[in-house]
Design a protein around this ligand. Structure first.
Ligand code: TYM
Length: 342
């Protein structure tokens, strides 16, 4: 079986962008792939954060994975920091990462600009090396993510190739290493629709956990009335009728796409159904569809979060399985890079 890995940061609350761009796709992929899903707590400390909230946010995120339908008989769920190899491999990888590659990362540029110099820790810069480590440790074939992770995935692939060239191949064989490449070069799996869910208050910026206004996103755990209110107040336009793909109507495209994904209809069906609708009618439909879709997830979430022993068990089992795979890769990297074997 081919392998997939992916993860979400436990910062802020998980929103519709995380769900439609990533988690929802994991649910169908877990049937065809060996799957590992982690909560990337080590990534969550790359910007100033509240240490008192981290562990709760990490567990809540794990509960959301389960509530959304990750099935532990098919996939492993674990906390990134529980598998020490992530940080260890990151150090090895960072020795072969040109600093220029990191300086070019769009997310680094955006986040460091927003945070201001005094708040930019070294980890914000080296973040993509940790992400590469998360992926390469598991010799992953595919990584299901939203579009904003494309550049990080490109760096991961380049880094894998670079390490393979520097330390793999014949050199490695001579040292007694097995197999061809040290790392498999992974590919991103970015969905056709949902890869970039936009803000409810501005159709040109993406829905994000860090946007100051909560009105800009639907969180998976938002209560009914909050969802209804956010959709009621979201930004629209004054064109008549509704349509996809009109560059002058980014909000319209975004809301129709959300409706399409959440109801499981095709784009053509939605385009036809909604072409003559006014905003009032459509907003009611969309709010109801969101509430119906999220309700069962919220019910399961409450069940899971009220059973901490169950959740701890899932995370322990996941970390145990992941550690096995990760340690094997880590050992071979140490060997290929010339370290004394333990
Ligand atoms: P994070 O926590 O920012 O986002 C988690 C996932 O949600 C996707 N996403 C979106 N998709 C569509 N529309 C949006 N508005 C939207 N916002 C977020 C992201 O693309 C992502 O798939 N660096 C990663 C976490 C990470 C990771 C990894 C992912 C660390 N190591 C290894 C995969 C494999 C991040 O910050 O995601």
């Amino acid at each position: 079986k081919k392998r997939i890995v992916s993860g979400v940061q436990p910062t802020g609350s998980i929103h519709l962008g995380n769900y439609l761009g990533a988690i929802k796709n994991w649910i169908s992929l877990q049937n065809s792939y060996e799957a590992l899903f982690f909560i990337v707590d080590l990534h969550a400390i790359t910007l100033p954060y509240d240490a008192q909230l981290l562990s709760k946010a990490t567990k809540n995120t794990a509960a959301i994975y389960l509530a959304c339908g990750i099935d532990t008989s098919k996939a492993s769920i674990f906390v990134q920091s529980h598998v020490r190899a992530h940080v260890e491999l990151m150090w090895l990888l960072s020795s072969a990462t040109p600093i220029g590659w990191l300086n070019r990362m769009i997310q680094f540029k955006e986040k460091s600009r927003k945070a201001g110099d005094e708040n930019v820790g070294v980890a914000l810069l080296t973040y993509p090396v940790l992400m590469a480590s998360d992926i390469l440790l598991y010799q992953s074939d595919f990584v299901p993510v939203g579009e904003d992770q494309k550049q990080h995935m490109e760096l991961t692939r380049e880094l894998a190739e670079r390490i393979n060239n520097l330390y793999g191949g014949r050199k490695w064989k001579k040292m007694g290493g097995r197999g061809g490449a040290i790392f498999k070069v992974p590919e991103p799996l970015i969905p056709q629709a949902g890869a970039r869910v936009m803000s409810l208050t501005d159709g040109l910026s993406k829905m994000s956990k860090s946007a100051p206004s909560d009105q800009s996103r639907i969180n998976l755990l938002d209560p009914k009335d909050v969802i209804a209110n956010k959709i009621k107040r979201c930004k629209t336009d004054s064109f008549s009728g509704l349509e996809f793909d009109n560059p002058d109507r980014p909000e319209c495209n975004n809301l129709l796409s959300i409706f399409q994904l959440i109801t499981g209809r095709t784009k053509e069906e939605v385009a036809r159904e909604c072409q003559d609708m006014n905003w009032g009618t459509f907003k009611t439909l969309l709010a109801d569809a969101l509430i119906d879709h999220l309700h069962p997830i919220q019910v399961r979430y409450e069940e899971i979060i009220s059973d901490p022993a169950y959740l701890d068990g899932v995370l322990l089992e996941g970390a145990t399985k992941a550690t096995c795979i990760a340690d094997a890769t880590l050992n071979s990297v140490y060997q290929a890079m010339g370290f004394v074997q333990r």
